[in-house]
Design a protein around this ligand. Sequence first.
Ligand SMILES: C[S@@+](CC[C@H](N)C(=O)[O-])C[C@H]1O[C@@H](n2cnc3c(N)ncnc32)[C@H](O)[C@@H]1O
Length: 265
Amino acid sequence: MSFSSEWLALREPHDQRARNREVLAAVAAAFAGQPDIAVVDLACGTGSTLRALAPHLPARQIWRLVDNDLSLLARAGANAPAGVSVTPTPVDLARDLEAALDGALDLVTTSALLDLVSPEWLERFAVEAAARRLPVYAALSYDGRAALDPVDPLDATIIAAVNRHQRRNKGFGPALGPAAALEAVERFHVVGYTVVQGVSDWVFGPGDREIQTEVLSGWASAVRELDELALPHIVDWLARRRDLVAAGRATMRVGHVDVFARPST
Ligand SMILES: C[S@@+](CC[C@H](N)C(=O)[O-])C[C@H]1O[C@@H](n2cnc3c(N)ncnc32)[C@H](O)[C@@H]1O
């Protein structure tokens, strides 16, 4: 599954606003007082997590940015903030997660990844992180909650179908989708980690027309792929929702969860 740099750029400011402040503060507190830190960001895209987290970490930072999309990685390597050294590293995380976690590291980060992975991959991730005693900051996992205003009679059907589509294979085996955040908390508890979690919902106002339109179009495409609902119903629903967005009458909330998990002792 591929993600365009345009989509990642459109969502980044909304992600930055949504990131849970208590979870960010817990990450910052865990490393406060250290002169430097080495971080690996899994599925980095163009480096959104680095930009969000760098101001909260010790001044000298070494980041290994990992993704399997070379075009996104090339962008992630550019424009590192001052004091931050960045090494873009191509890895297929479905196959070579362990290689991404090897070496001298203090922290593993990721965002908008865990809902794409399978239960087996998540368990492997927790076990491999624990074997290295690495804390994990995993932000912005979609949790299945979505609310649109004004309400349309087809919204609930569309959202339920989107959540079923989220469980499809995204390259890591059948995906956790909306179950990812809860499952991550569970898996990290099992390996003896303490977990801080908090919601990081996207909240789109009437003026956030572009991202609302993109999300709604993405949902319509996903529902179409499922082939459960007649196409004219999907097309008409999207047209009604887009009209509301264009008129500046639409708002949306999309549920996400952030997690910071670290070894308890
Ligand atoms: C939703 S994007 C999130 C990107 C970035 N973390 C952010 O928050 O903007 C998911 C990312 O996972 C990466 N990805 C998907 N499958 C992967 C795999 N098997 N190995 C490495 N990266 C993968 C994609 O290339 C993409 O950059």
